[in-house]
Design a protein around this ligand. Structure first.
Ligand code: PBG
Length: 331
């Protein structure tokens, strides 16, 4: 940023350009449109599990039909992409996680249903084993250790099944080492050259994921924590290395997650790499803001302000559970 030249008061009165809405609009530095949104949805295969997620008021687990309707709603609101997360049958979770790459799992069925209903909507996926793992981890667990390379092989099978189902964008959220390169190589070899990768590159070991784990049914199961694979919230330099590494392995776009507590990382990623940069305003951030709004402690404007902050921090877009509400407000 160039050093600003500021004439001393009263030549400079910054309030001059704040005086009216028209003047303020003229000097607005960033804006937020529906095109900046990716909408994460939860799709369940469990009869009776649809409906509101208690720790995420206003967010429902959807049936396949619900996912179709969400896709139509996204398209009508100008939201370019939806991201599918599975709520899978708890009785079918096991240590092998084999359902993660089953073409008929709820995630792949939802991808096909959405592409059938609204072919032009971009569909993003989640690649990680946790929704299918009996112990709630993103990778295979053996003797209390999260296996890296064996997990990457499974993630590749998972990504291939999602690409076959019609996914436009793969979203590896697992934080194993080497998964971006392995996924890219496999996609090229299998004729999925056009399938993009939005890497969860700088994903921190965060307490803000709690409501999401409720939503996908992983909360009661998680043994221990994810600190051996997700980044320490204290580590800025390591986060930048993660992004550099994923870009070198072929990521098309990168993500910082969570969002609001990590806006410094967003700005640094955008400035250093100049690549498509996204933030994930995660479940806990949504719960805080929506909960406070519902209690009357914050006004609804807090939602729009929280999203605009990502644009100011350099992000091209945001994954947010506010996506439909925000797009409706903009419309
Ligand atoms: C796990 C995954 C998580 C989220 C997306 N994918 C949680 C975790 O790492 O435990 C969190 C999203 C949110 O909190 O909204 N693969």
């Amino acid at each position: 940023m160039a050093m600003p030249i500021i004439a001393p008061f009263p030549a400079t009165r910054l309030r001059r350009m704040r005086r009216t809405p028209a003047l303020r609009a003229m000097v607005s530095e960033v804006d937020f449109t529906a095109a900046n949104l990716i909408w994460p949805i939860f799709v369940t295969e469990v009869a009776g599990a649809e409906g509101e997620i208690p720790s995420m008021p206003g967010v429902d687990r959807l049936t396949l039909d619900g996912a179709r309707r969400a896709a139509e709603r996204a398209a009508s609101l100008g939201i370019p992409a939806i991201c599918v997360f599975p709520h899978s049958d708890p009785d079918l979770k096991d240590e092998s996680c084999a359902r993660a790459w089953d073409p008929e799992n709820i995630s792949n069925r939802a991808i096909r249903a959405i592409k059938e209903t609204v072919p032009d909507l971009a569909v993003m996926t989640d690649i990680a084993l946790d929704p299918y793992n009996i112990n709630g981890h993103d990778g295979f667990v053996v003797d209390g250790q999260i296996l890296n390379d064996e997990t990457v092989e499974a993630l590749v099978k998972m990504g291939l099944a999602q690409a076959e189902a019609g996914a436009d964008i793969l979203g590896p959220s697992d934080m194993m080492d080497g998964r971006i390169g392995a996924l890219r190589t496999a996609m090229e070899a299998a004729g999925h050259q056009h399938v993009a990768i939005l890497s969860y590159a700088a994903k921190f070991a965060s307490a803000f994921y709690g409501p999401f784990r409720d939503a996908v049914g992983a909360s009661g199961r998680l043994v221990g924590d994810k600190k051996t694979y997700q980044v320490n919230p204290a580590n800025r330099e390591e986060a930048i290395r993660c992004v550099a590494r994923d870009l070198a392995e072929g990521a098309d776009m990168v993500m910082v997650k969570p969002g609001m507590p990590y806006l410094d990382i967003c700005r640094e990623v955008k400035d250093q790499f100049g690549v498509p940069t996204f933030a994930y305003q995660v479940s806990g951030e949504y719960a805080m803001i929506e909960g406070a709004i519902r209690n009357g402690w914050l006004s609804r404007d807090a939602m729009a302000e929280s999203l605009l902050a990502f644009r100011r921090a350099g992000c091209d877009g945001v994954l947010s559970y506010f996506a439909p509400q925000m797009a409706e407000m903009l419309a």
